[in-house]
Design a protein around this ligand. Sequence first.
Ligand code: HEC
Ligand code: HEC
Length: 331
Amino acid sequence: MRQSWFPFLLGLLFLVAIIQQGNTLGRQMTENNSSPEPVATGNSGTLWHGTNHLQIPFGTAQGNLAWYGYELIANTSFYLGPKGTAGQISNAMNCQNCHLGAGTLPFANNFGKVYATYPQFRSRSNKVQSIYGRINDCLERSMNGKLLDTASLEIRAMYAYIQWLGQDVPKGNNPAGTGVPKLEYINRAASPDEGKKVYVATCQSCHGANGQGQPNVGGTGYIYPPLWGAGSYNDGAGLYRLSSFAGFVKYNMPFGADYNKPQLTTEEAWDVAAFVNSQPRPHKDQSMDWKNIRLKPADVPFGPYPDSFSTQQHKYGPYKPIIEAAKRRGN
Ligand code: HEC
Ligand code: HEC
C-alpha cells in the first residue's frame, strides 16, 4: 500500500515544486526592471515576462487550443519531429530550445511583442507577414522543416498560445526584453579560432564535440539540442546571422545564465557565434530573400550587397564600417 502511493505523492510534490518555482521566477522578473547593458529597444518601460502556461484557462475552446499550442512549442519534436505524432515536418528540435521557457523569459527570444506587432512588414520577404507566416518561417529555417497549412489545428494552436501570452501588450507596443537581445558590435572581425576555445571550454560539455547535441532516450528529441550538422537549423535561419546568435547566447548560455548574470563577455559571444556558424549545416535556397538589398542587415552572410565589402566581412565583421557606409548612402 505504502509503496504504491509513493510515486503518486512524489509526483504531486514535484508538481507543487514546479508551480512554486514558476511563481518565484515570475516575481523576481517583475522586480528587476533593468538589464546590465543597453540591449532593450522597447518603449513600454517595463521588462516583459510571460505568464506561466499553467494559468491558461481550462475547458474553454480557446483555452484548450492555447494549451495545445503551448505543448507544441515546448515539445515540438514529439508532435512534428521525425517521429512526430501529429505529422513529420520538422527536425527533432523544439521551438523552446531557442524561445526559452516557451517564449516567456526576458532577453531569451520571447514572444512578448508578437501578438501586438504582427502583421508587419518584413524586409527579408519584402512583404507584410502574419503570425502564421512567421511561425512557418521558423519551421522552414530554424527547424529545417516544412510549412504548416494555415488551416491546420497545429498552427492555429500555436497562434492561440502566442495570442494568450501577448494579450495584455497594447497594439503596436514593443516592450523591453522581447525578441532577440541586441549586442554592441566589436571593433574587429569575430574570430572562429577564438570562438573554438570558448566552445570547448563552455559549450561542448552539453552540445557535444561535434555540435551534435545529445538525443533523449526515446530518440524523439534532445536533452541538449544540436548547434551544427544535419540535425541543426539551416543557413537561412535567424541564428545563422552572427548578431542574433551572439545576442541570444550572451544572455542565455551556458544554460542557466541569464541577462542578470551573463557568463560570457561580449567578445566571447561574437567569437563563439563565428565558430559555430562556420561549421557545416543544412542549406536553404535563399535566392528569393532580401529583394530590396538596401534593407539587408550588415551581417547577412549571403550577397548580393549594395556595397563593395566582401562576403567574409559581411559574415564576420567588423560591421561598423559597413553600417557607416550605409548611413552615408542614406539608408
Ligand atoms: C534554432 C532556433 C529557433 C527555433 C528552433 C525556433 N525559432 Fe523562432 N526565432 C528564432 C530567432 C533567432 C528569431 C528572431 C529572428 C530574427 O528576428 O531575425 C525567431 C523569431 C520567431 C518569431 C518572431 C518573434 C518576434 O518577436 O518578432 C516567432 C513568432 C517564432 N520565432 C516562432 C517560432 C515557433 C512557433 C517555433 C517552433 C515551430 C520556432 N520559432 C522555432 C529562432 C528559433
Ligand atoms: C549545461 C548545458 C549547456 C551548456 C554548457 C550550454 N548549453 Fe546551449 N543549450 C542547452 C540547452 C538545454 C538548450 C535548450 C534550452 C531549452 O530547451 O530550454 C540550449 C540551447 C542552445 C541554443 C539554441 C538551440 C540550438 O540548438 O540552436 C544555442 C544557440 C546554444 N544553446 C548555444 C550554446 C553556446 C554557444 C554555449 C557555450 C557558450 C552553450 N550553448 C552552452 C544547454 C547548454
